[in-house]
Structures are given as C-alpha cells and as structure tokens.
Design a protein around this ligand. Structure first.
Ligand SMILES: C[S@@+](CC[C@H](N)C(=O)[O-])C[C@H]1O[C@@H](n2cnc3c(N)ncnc32)[C@H](O)[C@@H]1O
Length: 319
C-alpha cells in the first residue's frame, strides 16, 4: 500500500494494541482502529496506518495527492510570512512581527473559553482542534486540564502538526492525526467541544465541513469557530481574495488558482449556514451599527472595501 498507509497483519499481530481515549476510525471503511506502538490497525480491512513523529497518518492517499499543491503553497506562504511555532504561543516576544495579531487572538481565545465554560461547566472537556496547525490552542486546553486531539492536513515541522512538541506541556499527551476536516476519521459524538481556530474559512465547502464537525460532536456539545474572517458583504470578501492572489502571483511569479485559496464567511449568511447544518449559532463580538458605520467611513475611502471582522461563533449541536 502506498505512502504512510501500509498493510501487514503480521506486523500488527506482533504489536500489542494500546489504549487511546480517541476513537480513531479507518479512513477507508470507518471501522474502529486498534492503536499500536507505531501505528493504527484496521482489522476489518487489514490496513495499517503509520504513526510518524507522533502523528497518525490517516489521510487517504488520493486525498493527500489532491490536497498536496494547496498544502505546499500554503506552507511556503506561511514560512515566507514568518509564521513559526515557538514555546509559549500565543504569547510572543516583544518585536515579533505578528505580535499584534497574537495579542488579539489570545484575548479572543480566553473570552471564547469563558463562554464555553459557562455552558459546559469546568470540565474536563473532550476537545477536537480541527485545522490545528502547530497546536497552540490544543496546548492551552491541555494545560487547563482538558483532553484534546488535533487534526490537520499540514505536517509542517514549524507551523503544522509536527511543531506541537514545542508547545505541548510536558507530561501531557496530544493525540494528533493528519486528516481532512471534511472527513474526520473519528467515531461519532466523541467530543464535548470542537474548535476551529482560524481554520473554517479554509474549508472549500463550509456547509459540508459543519455537518462533519457536528457528526463528531456529542448531543448538546459545542462548536467554537474563531479567527475566521467574516465580511458584511460578499464582494468585500471576494476583493480581499483577489488582492491576495495578485500579491502572491507577483511574489512567486506563478498564476494562483482560486480553488486553492482560503475563503471567508459572510455575516448575513451565517444563521442559515449553521441552522441548515444542524447547529444553533450565537455570534459574539460583532460590532454595533454605529461602529460599523464609522469603520465604513474610514475604510471605504481608504481601501475601496470593508475589512473583515473576527467575531466569536459559538454553536450548539441542535438535537
Ligand atoms: C491559519 S491556520 C490555523 C492554525 C491554527 N488553528 C491556529 O489557530 O493558528 C489554518 C490551518 O487549517 C489547515 N487546513 C486547511 N485545510 C484543511 C483541511 N481540509 N483539513 C484540515 N485542516 C486544514 C491548514 O493546514 C492550517 O494548519
């Protein structure tokens, strides 16, 4: 079998199954996987998924190939823009070029966690961090005593799942898997909280992803969407994507593919998007009409468009 997914009943039989609190499932047949020292084994299909550098390689081979060009470009842009994990995130040293962004993200994260605590109680919660990147948020949740698992399609050692050891507190275990947020290889209703921090707008089909996130959330469980750009009007979001594509085309000298760009959400579409995918949504931190008007007065003459807002989207599994 190609890539990280190798077959071998003999190999599996030689290794004793271990315990994991996460119900990992086969990404081909959805059967429960046995956890072994160096990988996960699907007894139903005799399929072996390697665990490399602590990351279960659960992405099906054809999906990995399909995603590769977008993931490689994303990793390149992130590296060139100076996004790198380091211990202590979201706290960053003074002078870090992204210090202002991390300050805002950190404050929003703390506010969002308080909102979750008010609804779920003190925990410990079972949490899935989707599109976890370097796993800074997972590390925070582990530090607060919650059980956390992380999935992402990027294995980058500085900005993706392989960067997590820099952040995870010693003595804590963070279960990590290379997996697609559209098809999460985990049993249904496994989590009290699913967190999508700066990741939902990377989903090419947010509705489909929201349905998948609901599948792995327990009844009455929560979904927290943070740091995804939300525009009041679709043309402003499109203008942002077009400007970014032009800047990347200039920087790398290649034509950019719209299909491989991350997107945005639209304020007025949120209630319907969440309702139709089985969530009841609360929006926290959306500016009032006067602040919106005042920002329009500044932004439209200066930039020709409105910038994004980053509200906290907190949704409860509806039924
Ligand atoms: C802006 S980063 C956010 C990382 C991290 N959650 C944070 O808060 O900094 C977006 C992440 O989404 C991941 N991603 C994009 N498409 C994905 C997909 N289909 N499934 C899982 N993760 C995905 C990217 O690899 C990237 O790590």
């Amino acid at each position: 079998m190609p890539g990280a997914c190798v077959s071998g009943e003999a190999r599996a039989a030689a290794l004793e199954p271990r315990l994991s609190w996460v119900g990992w499932c086969c990404s081909y047949c959805s059967a429960p996987l046995e956890v072994h020292a160096h990988g996960l084994f699907c007894r139903a299909e005799g399929r072996w998924f390697a665990t490399l550098d602590g990351v279960h390689r659960l992405l099906p081979e054809d999906r990995r190939r399909e995603l590769a060009p977008a993931v490689e470009m994303y990793q390149r842009v992130r590296r060139d823009d100076g996004w790198r994990a380091h211990p202590g995130l979201p706290e960053v040293p003074r002078g870090d070029r992204h210090a202002a962004v991390w300050r805002q993200r950190s404050a929003r994260f703390e506010q969002a966690v308080s909102l979750v605590r008010a609804r779920l109680g003190p925990g410990p919660w079972r949490v899935l961090d989707v599109g976890a990147g370097c796993c800074w948020a997972s590390a925070r949740l582990l530090r607060a005593g919650h059980r956390t698992a992380a999935v992402d399609v990027s294995l980058d050692a500085e900005d993706g799942l392989r960067a997590a050891p820099l952040l995870v507190p010693s003595g804590c275990v963070l279960e990590r898997a290379e997996a697609d947020m559209e098809a999460i290889p985990i049993e249904p209703a496994a989590f009290d909280l699913v967190l999508a921090a700066a990741s939902l707008h990377h989903a090419p089909r947010p509705g489909r992803t929201l349905i998948e996130l609901r599948r792995v959330t327990r009844r009455d469980g929560l979904l927290l969407v943070l740091d995804s750009p939300v525009y009041r009007r679709r043309p402003d979001g499109e203008a942002m994507v077009a400007a970014r594509m032009r800047a990347q085309a200039r920087r790398y000298g290649v034509a950019m593919d719209r299909e491989r760009q991350s997107g945005y959400l639209v304020r007025d579409e949120l209630p319907d998007l969440f309702r139709s995918t089985g969530w009841s949504l609360e929006v926290h931190g959306w500016p009032g009409p006067f602040r919106e008007w005042a920002r329009d007065m500044v932004e439209i003459p200066r930039r020709g468009r409105r910038t994004a807002r980053f509200p906290i989207l907190l949704a409860r599994r509806d039924g």
